[in-house]
Design a binder for this molecule. Structure first.
Ligand code: GLN
Length: 192
């Protein structure tokens, strides 16, 4: 199993370290060939407008979409969640549109740059300590989107088939369960 982390900008090495701790091979990816060689892909946090623009410039947005349509699991964290979603409130920016969700960017306000919350997550038997940094939330989801976690400010963890997205940064903590959840999706995909 080989996992790629889109390495344009943002928290790339943190995801790779997390995957290595789970004894999975992980590489930074930024070309079409790289993206065609992996079994699962992570879109990290960073600045979604910058990452989105460069995905398009390097022409890898189309190959990501194609692989996602073929069933390859993709996991977006924070800016990655924004880029995977179909609609963004009050910003006009291109996205991959792979998950039927409406996003509010920087949903916690300018004053609150970051915060930590113990989240209840569907299917997890104890809370997950989540770190949010200038995070988005999901305000609305379409049919077929499973809500895995929600807090008073909005929905923060969702899945639609092979696409998974979190508002928070699971790669910054020590809890491996979210990455493990994603790897289970990849294992199922490879068995098909
Ligand atoms: N605020 C960033 C954006 O809107 C996301 C921040 C992050 O990925 N930590 O793109």
């Amino acid at each position: 199993m080989l996992i790629g982390v889109v390495a344009i900008q943002g928290a790339v090495s943190e995801h790779i370290d997390m995957l290595k701790r789970l004894e999975v091979e992980a590489i930074p990816v930024k070309t079409k060939e790289d993206i065609n060689s992996v079994d699962g892909l992570i879109l990290p946090g960073g600045e979604s407008t910058t990452i989105g623009r460069l995905l398009h410039l390097y022409n890898i947005d189309t190959v990501i979409k194609k692989r996602a349509m073929e069933g390859m699991p993709i996991f977006g964290t924070c800016a990655g969640m924004i880029l995977l979603s179909k609609h963004i409130n009050s910003y006009d920016q291109p996205t991959l549109g792979l998950i039927d969700a409406t996003i509010v960017r920087n949903a916690f306000g300018r004053q609150i740059d970051s915060m930590e919350v113990d989240l209840t997550i569907k299917g997890f038997d104890s809370p997950f300590h989540a770190i949010f940094i200038r995070a988005p939330v999901v305000k609305e989801v379409g049919e077929g989107v499973e809500v895995l976690s929600e807090i008073p400010q909005g929905i923060v963890f969702i899945r639609q088939g092979n696409v998974l997205a979190s508002s928070f940064h699971p790669e910054l903590g020590t809890d491996l369960r979210i990455h493990k959840y994603f790897l289970d999706m990849v294992k199922k995909f490879l068995k098909k």
